[in-house]
Design a protein around this ligand. Structure first.
Ligand code: ADP
Length: 414
């Protein structure tokens, strides 16, 4: 089955076409046919489309909304020029959507129907920036592909549905949880689930035997305590702002800072909120950029003090979460790094692990240096009691596989 995987952000669209089915899932034989990105939807958009084995095609186009962007993707896929083995819309068998927030209602992936659409709409209060874009993507795909093509929603929050109350409740009046469902939801769930799955297959374990700390370090960053194969706790909370220091998000901070800033800087609440999610984190601390690779360059080439400080705060925060989760889990087997930074920066991985030797986490410097650019492997010494690994994430693969499973299950039910 050819599955179109769509990930709609506020002004971006990421897509992949994967050929997968129950047999391919069983044998890990899924095939990636095409991948692409549209940025700056709403103005002069930048498109980068790549068919597997072909050079990328880049172009700038005026695309006014997500519908226009998806239309462009479909045109390219169907064109002879793309060389993707998709010749008509009938060759696309289902669509899998990444949906950011499923609230307490969606605890696993679902086939989309009117009730599901309403459910996603109901979660807009919880994710006002993300869910509307996801809904636009679903509606546009329905318009363009027709109602006959099944669509599946895969939620970023779903993997964390197993968190116990003690992990998801905040220390605020309980009625606020009852009334507004204010609680930790956690995000990056599909990525952490993929890490648990890949770790399990690499080590030939049963799901219940997976006890690891997954560190997804990209522009957004989160840690997840995975105990017996399930999410026990995670660092992102009610929104993705909580937890680790990120590219532009602050991560954990004392909530009293917010009214203090409103008062002293004369800011509106919304301005502080924007500052905490768009101008904080690595960007805010360094005053330079939220991009880790650029900060590492600044630190190395210009000995920039604030670049170093930002990276140090980033690494300390990650190390603190490792410690906290080890305590919460009663020990773990491994720490797994993923995401753009986790997969590509030996320097950051080493700095995060420094000082954890007493716990049994000893990094093998040569193995660590050797792992970048999409490689999977172990970076701890063979003797380490707590292992460290790098596993490149692949959320799209799980979205495609969930789509197949939901569609198949839907067919059996009928
Ligand atoms: P997103 O969370 O948007 O999917 P990514 O997972 O691609 O983002 O991660 C982007 C981050 O990864 C950026 O901070 C980028 O600088 C960092 N990164 C990518 N490659 C490297 C590298 N070789 N060294 C250090 N950081 C890197």
């Amino acid at each position: 089955m050819n599955i179109l995987v769509l990930n709609c952000g506020s002004s971006t669209l990421k897509f992949q076409v994967l050929d997968t089915d129950p047999e391919k899932i069983r044998t890990d034989g899924d095939v990636l046919k095409a991948i692409g990105l549209v940025e700056r939807i709403g103005s002069q958009a930048l498109c980068k489309f790549t068919a597997t084995g072909q050079p990328p095609v880049k172009q700038a186009l005026a695309l006014r909304d997500h519908r226009a962007a998806i239309d462009e993707v479909l045109r390219w896929l169907l064109s002879d020029a793309s060389q993707v083995d998709i010749h008509s819309l009938a060759d696309l068998h289902a669509v899998g959507h990444r949906v950011v927030h499923g609230g307490e209602r969606f605890q696993s992936s679902v086939l989309i129907d009117e009730t599901v659409l309403e459910g996603i709409d109901d979660c807009i209060d919880l994710a006002p920036l993300h869910n509307p874009a996801n809904l636009k993507g679903i509606r546009a795909a329905t318009d363009l592909l027709g109602k006959g093509v099944p669509q599946v929603a895969v939620f970023d929050t779903a993997f964390h549905a197993t968190m116990p109350e003690v992990a998801y409740l905040y220390g605020i009046p309980y009625q606020l949880y009852r009334r507004y469902k204010i609680r930790r939801y956690g995000f990056h769930g599909t990525s952490h689930r993929y890490i648990a799955y890949r770790y399990r297959t690499l080590h030939n374990l049963r799901k219940e035997q997976v006890n690891i700390i997954s560190l997804h370090l990209g522009n957004g960053c989160s840690a997840c305590a995975i105990s017996a194969g399930q999410s026990l706790d995670t660092s992102m909370g009610f929104t993705p702002v909580e937890g680790l220091l990120m590219g532009t998000r602050s991560g954990d901070l004392d909530p009293s800072i917010i009214p203090f800033l409103c008062e002293t800087e004369g800011l509106q609440l919304a301005e502080v909120e924007t500052m905490l999610s768009k101008r904080s984190g690595l960007l805010g601390l360094s005053g330079l950029t939220g991009d880790m690779r650029e900060l590492l360059d600044e630190e190395r080439e210009n000995q920039d003090r604030r670049a170093r400080l930002a990276i140090d705060v980033f690494c300390l925060r990650a190390r603190k979460y490792i410690g906290a989760y080890l305590a919460e889990m009663g020990g773990a087997e491994a720490v797994v790094f993923t995401g753009g930074i986790g997969e590509n920066s030996p320097a950051v991985r080493l700095r995060i692990c420094q000082g954890l030797e007493w716990l049994g986490l000893e990094v093998d410097p040569a193995a660590n240096e050797a792992l970048a650019g999409g490689a999977t492997g172990t970076i701890s010494r063979a003797s380490a009691r707590l292992k460290a690994l790098v596993i490149p994430t692949n959320e799209e693969l799980l979205i495609a596989r969930d789509t197949v499973r939901c569609v198949e299950a839907g067919l059996t039910r009928r």
